[in-house]
Design a protein around this ligand. Structure first.
Ligand SMILES: CC(C)(COP(=O)(O)OP(=O)(O)OC[C@H]1O[C@@H](n2cnc3c(N)ncnc32)[C@H](O)[C@@H]1OP(=O)(O)O)[C@@H](O)C(=O)NCCC(=O)NCCS
Length: 182
């Protein structure tokens, strides 16, 4: 579905971070995302090994964002992807930190950010895998409607012994003769 008019996705600027941090606090209050909490929103918005970050903007104001990071062996999604494909982790990108202001959802912003992530990875010749908590049902609907395929289930351990069930997805990309490869 096309994003509503007035919505734009552009590379994230450092001056977006304070407003995105405020949006993140709202998202956490509503959705419990991220499960680790938002004690240091700006630190959380700038994870290590980021090689792209984009801001969704509506009416000139940041309303959400996403980043893409290089995979490492300590990432659960990367581990499952490696078991599934047998490929090296330097072939893999991991999207992270995707969220949209609750007041601006269902306008296509999340889908537009996911499309930019997918293009960026493809331009770098990288596959894409990531995990999502099963409780984040809007995100799962978005991923499954956007051509992502579930390849495994994991448990996300956080805080004082808390466990959150999660699924690992890959982003399918076009294959030869218009088919899909995973
Ligand atoms: C997941 C999330 C990012 C989706 O953001 P979003 O901007 O609402 O996403 P979209 O608008 O692209 O798509 C969401 C829905 O709106 C619909 N939609 C998209 N564009 C639309 C339009 N122009 N008109 C009407 N509906 C539209 C989509 O079909 C989809 O419908 P569905 O939920 O019934 O399947 C958002 O819900 C969120 O921030 N959740 C909390 C954080 C989170 O879980 N992050 C993911 C971590 S892995």
């Amino acid at each position: 579905m096309s994003p509503v008019s007035g919505l734009d996705v552009r590379p994230r600027r450092s001056e977006d971070l304070p407003e995105l941090a405020e949006v993140l606090v709202k998202v956490h209050a509503l959705d419990g995302y991220p499960v680790e909490g938002v004690a240091d929103p700006i630190g959380w918005l700038t994870p290590p090994r980021t090689f792209g970050a984009w801001t969704a903007v509506y009416g000139g104001r940041p309303i959400g964002q996403a980043t893409i990071t290089r995979a490492t062996a300590d990432d659960d999604a990367a581990r499952i992807w490696h078991e599934h494909t047998g490929e090296d982790l330097d072939q893999l990108a991991i999207p992270a930190r995707l969220f949209i202001d609750p007041d601006h959802r269902k306008n296509g912003a999340g889908g537009a950010l996911l499309a930019v992530i997918r293009n960026h990875a493809e331009n770098h010749g990288l596959e894409v895998a990531f995990d999502v908590m099963l409780k984040d049902r809007a995100a799962i609907r978005l991923y499954e409607a956007s051509g992502c395929t579930r390849i495994g289930l994991i448990e996300h351990h956080h805080g004082d012994g808390k466990i959150e069930p999660a699924a690992v997805y890959v982003v399918d990309r076009p294959g030869p003769r218009g088919g899909r490869i995973q």
